[in-house]
Write a protein that binds this ligand. Sequence first.
Ligand code: ADP
Ligand code: MG
Length: 484
Amino acid sequence: MIKNNYISVIGLEIHIQLSTKSKAYSADENIYGANPNTKISPISLAYPGTLPSVNTKLIEYALKLGISLECDINKKNIFSRKNYFYADLPKGYQITQDKNPICKGGHLLIDLEDGSKKKINLTRIHMEEDAGKSIHDIDPYNSLIDLNRAGVPLLEIVTEPEIRSSFEAQSFVNEIRKIVKYLDICNGNMEEGSLRCDANVSVMKENDKDFGIKVEIKNMNSTRNIKKAIDFEIDRQIELIEQGKSIVQETRNFNALTNATNSMRTKEKADDYRYFTEPDLQPLILDEKYIQSIANDLPLLPNELERKFKKEYDLSSYDIKLLIEDKGISDYFQKICKTIKNYKLVANFVNGPIKSFLNTNSIPIDKLPIDRKKIIALLSFVENKKISISSAQQIIFPKLLNSDLEVIEIIEKNNLFFENDFIDLEEIIFKVLEKYPQKVIEYNEGKIGLIGLFMGEIMKITKGKIDPKKINTELKKELEKRKK
Ligand code: ADP
Ligand code: MG
């Protein structure tokens, strides 16, 4: 995006907390929300004499992500210590990867505002461990420390500075979130910090050759806040440059209450961390067979699924996008489509009433309190023109949510079957047209909008029990007969 002749340049660093059972280098339980300081052992705290060992799930998950994003996989992995002291890192260092991360390169396709896609190249993905958590807002006088998070496995994705707007950044994070959830390696929850994003932002004049000085922004716990923080930062930097001031390379904190960024600290240089090889872990050598076995086991990812859905179900891009937002939903849709062949009907029902119930109640599809078989039964009644879609959505679906009744019971109790055989449609059409002789003439002279009037009258009499499409066809036939 170009703003007042400035181009914004953005690179992201995304931390993904892996949903493994145990921590990265110890058997401590990896669980969110446990009582503070109950999920720690001497290994997580690096007491003298303890030794770390690598959780194989950390490797497996790193490969899953790296292969999905088409990275080059590094077969010889060395772990390094990144040294710094902080209250929530009592061991004094993090075990991470320095020069040779497990994944290099790779890329991700993101959606742009105009519906097209843009490829963003990745620099690397490396494995590391989380630090503990400092809590400043419980005790007014003290900072509290919870070390349960210390040692939780992380993957850090670093992008090339190829993102050009806050929208693209938001789109990138959305896409990564979707993918890690599809891969089932992280729950993607930004509020709980399972997925965290730092944004590096700079601006440059359109014809500048070099990038401007970058500022790193932290502490954005939703994709909406990522967008707001970047927008604020771009404006702040342009304003400073316009005033002839220079940008200080620093880390800034996003404040969701003011929508502004504030200076936190000037950026450490890499040598401040005194990286060196972790002496307690052997190099990790990955063989091709193992990498292949993981590649063979990957699910279809959103982009591939999008192509598959276009080919198999012939739906609009809009419908498809909604269906593949969530792996649970796209799986559910595909299962229903094995029985119901009116795919558009299934898409509308899943994206409509089902999703809106899930969203309102903040639950995933596997918590929908209706058996899938019942949804299939319901949709097959609609597909076979036995009941109307509006009865299905407005009457039967809510009743299925709130009772154990079968679909057929609800239909019968509420008298919802189309009664094509019992209602003499021809007779009703005849009467309605008799009632408006003048309108019939006007219709046949070209005022075709009048069909709505006739339809309305007929539907009132038939009380929605006859398929509107059928009424429409019969009505037109009858009107045709009256043409002079
Ligand atoms: P550092 O040495 O400060 O960690 P890196 O070169 O490793 O910086 O880059 C860290 C992140 O910052 C990457 O995501 C990268 O794309 C991004 N980045 C680098 N230079 C710029 C810049 N001038 N403007 C915006 N982002 C940048
Ligand atoms: Mg760096």
